[in-house]
Design a protein around this ligand. Structure first.
Ligand SMILES: [Zn+2]
Length: 320
């Protein structure tokens, strides 16, 4: 790799970074360091550490650094408005302070938008424009790439697709609203829905069948569904329906060439989500809108955000 940019993805528990060439080439998996606390100085320190590690793959120098943050950002100035999982970052002049600490130009982007750009630039969405990205993890993140650019809206907050309403009278979402996509198609939503579906079981019977109620994970629910458990199967069927409703609406708004579904839930439960998802999309969109629409699993896995942040940094320095 000749000169490179470093793409960084800051999560709630760790920071990862990868050196990326202007053509998108990168050497292996991203480096990752854990966050010991959620303090601002800790986040800054670990970003500096992991960028230094990744820069070893860029012997000809680092042109810029792109950083995905789990936050609502004020753009273009690059300040953190609200970081629900890292509240000490609220109000942080992130781009300016990171640039000073790293000694490189820095652009910041919302983490889901960065992942969307990564998939559009180098992943499953390559060549598909417009492309809509849904990241199904603990929550549901989203991003839209339109004309090769991340759709930012007025102040950088467009693409919060996890809070599209899919069931108006549905389950309460972490955002305070009811029936959001995230309340059904996230890891948290799957666990909640499964506990609700099985609420009629006495505690001892639940424990015999499924183990400790408080330790249940979405992955376990997916394994149960794949093994034929009726309650778990219903939960994923409903999550697929919720996704299909959302994708149908997004198809009407953007007439996308691609919808890419990433995150651990999509990777681990694609076959469980797909039948009801596609049924719902088919019901809610005319054939002319469905033709030429590819709905695909993401390709870059956990590195999508770092690769996307790198792609955006390349655009910033005018080379990709
Ligand atoms: Zn919500």
């Amino acid at each position: 790799m000749s000169d490179a940019v470093i793409g960084v993805d800051v999560g709630g528990t760790g920071v990862r970074a990868v050196a990326v060439g202007a053509d998108g080439s990168h050497a292996g998996k991203a480096q990752r360091v854990a966050l010991k606390t959620r303090a601002r100085a800790e986040v800054l320190g670990r970003v500096v550490d992991v960028v230094a590690q990744a820069a070893k793959e860029a012997p000809d120098g680092v042109r810029a650094v792109g950083v995905g943050l789990p936050a609502f950002l004020a753009l273009p100035q690059g300040e953190v408005r609200l970081a629900p999982n890292l509240p000490e970052l609220n109000g942080w002049a992130a781009a300016e302070e990171l640039s000073r600490a790293l000694g490189h130009p820095v652009i910041v982007e919302n983490d889901a938008n960065a992942a969307a750009y990564g998939e559009a630039w180098q992943g499953a969405g390559k060549g598909l424009d417009p492309m809509v990205f849904l990241g199904l993890g603990t929550g549901v993140g989203g991003g839209i790439v339109l004309g090769g650019e991340v759709l930012h809206g007025r102040a950088g907050m467009a693409g919060e697709l996890g809070h599209l309403t899919v069931y108006p009278d549905g389950a309460r979402c972490g955002c305070g609203a009811q029936g959001c996509l995230e309340a059904y198609a996230s890891g948290t939503g799957v666990v909640r829905a499964f506990l609700e579906d099985t609420a009629g079981l006495p505690e001892a019977a639940f424990k015999d069948l499924y183990g400790d109620r408080t330790r249940l994970t979405a992955r376990q629910v997916a394994e149960l569904a794949a093994a034929g458990d009726a309650a778990a199967f219903r939960v994923f069927a409903r999550a697929g329906t919720a996704l299909g409703i959302a994708v149908g609406q997004l198809a009407h708004v953007f007439n996308p060439a691609g919808v890419v579904l990433g995150g651990r839930l999509a990777a681990g439960a694609w076959d469980l989500l797909w039948p009801t998802l596609w049924e719902e999309v088919s019901t809610r969109t005319p054939k002319a809108l469905r033709e030429g629409l590819s709905i695909l699993p993401a390709k870059l896995g956990a590195d999508a955000g770092a690769v996307g942040a790198a792609g955006l940094a390349w655009r910033h320095v005018g080379a990709a």
